[in-house]
Design a binder for this molecule. Sequence first.
Ligand code: 13P
Ligand code: SF4
Length: 311
Amino acid sequence: MNLAEEISKLKKEKKAVILAHYYQRDEIQSVADYIGDSLALAQIAVGCDSDILVMCGVNFMGETAKILSPEKKVLIPDNTAGCSLADSCNAVDLKKFKEKYPGYTVISYVNTTAEVKALTDIVVTSSNARQIVESLPADEKIIFGPDKNLGNYIKAVTGRDMVIWDGACHVHEQFSPVKIKELKEANPDAEVLAHPECRKPVLDLADKVGSTAALLKHSEKSQAKKFIVATEPGILFEMKSKCPGKEFIPAPPEDDTCACNICSYMKQNTLQKLYDALKYEQYEVTVPEETRVKAEVPIRRMLEISEKLKL
Ligand code: 13P
Ligand code: SF4
């Protein structure tokens, strides 16, 4: 059986739409209707009118789509695909943290559970975090979570009053500034591209810091012909297809033997699981209505501000 062909048939038969994050396996990106970063996937989930939406990503992405489109059947090929960053902040602890900072506006990165979003004032992604923070009054006090690297980066570039949650993504924390520096010395014509979930010593070496979508866009318009890419290497699939003739070198992790710059959660989805998802309409994402209603508010706020700012 040719899985890609069968997926395409089933998709038409069931009028389903397949969304995939840039970190998905190449073969999944190849069959997806839309490939995007977290912001784009949330925007597409709202805009598309299909009854079935298959989110090839991790659980929080499926939840975000379901929160925004409760009338749709949202499927995820593997419902055990978690996220170390979302796991680093639970709702009980966030509630206690908020009590320590009364009057603060809670800004949460989209990589969070529905319960955490329900305790949030505005959700952000790495594509809009800076602009959303800057759109708030200059004296606004902010709790930012859960990613400390993104939080500290946004705090540094905006100069805003921010208390930052101590969470991180286990993939982006792995990139080695020493090895990136060595690679850069060996390839002086290469630009370093880094996701803001990376640690500060990595960001300090970067020619461009941005979300996956921003890094992709930069690689397309830059005059450079070579790039060292400090984010999950799934993005290289789209970079190579958008920029034929340019060279992309994945940034190495501290430990060369561990392949820990690869997000194992994102790679849990396979073509076979995507086929099964469409065929058996599994695994359906559900969010308790009380949580969904509360979590929808800060996500809609993000989408409204992003639309106003044309992001
Ligand atoms: P973006 O797609 O928003 O850049 O986020 C990266 C990420 O880690 C998603 O899990
Ligand atoms: Fe979560 Fe990091 Fe994987 Fe993104 S790359 S899904 S933040 S663990």
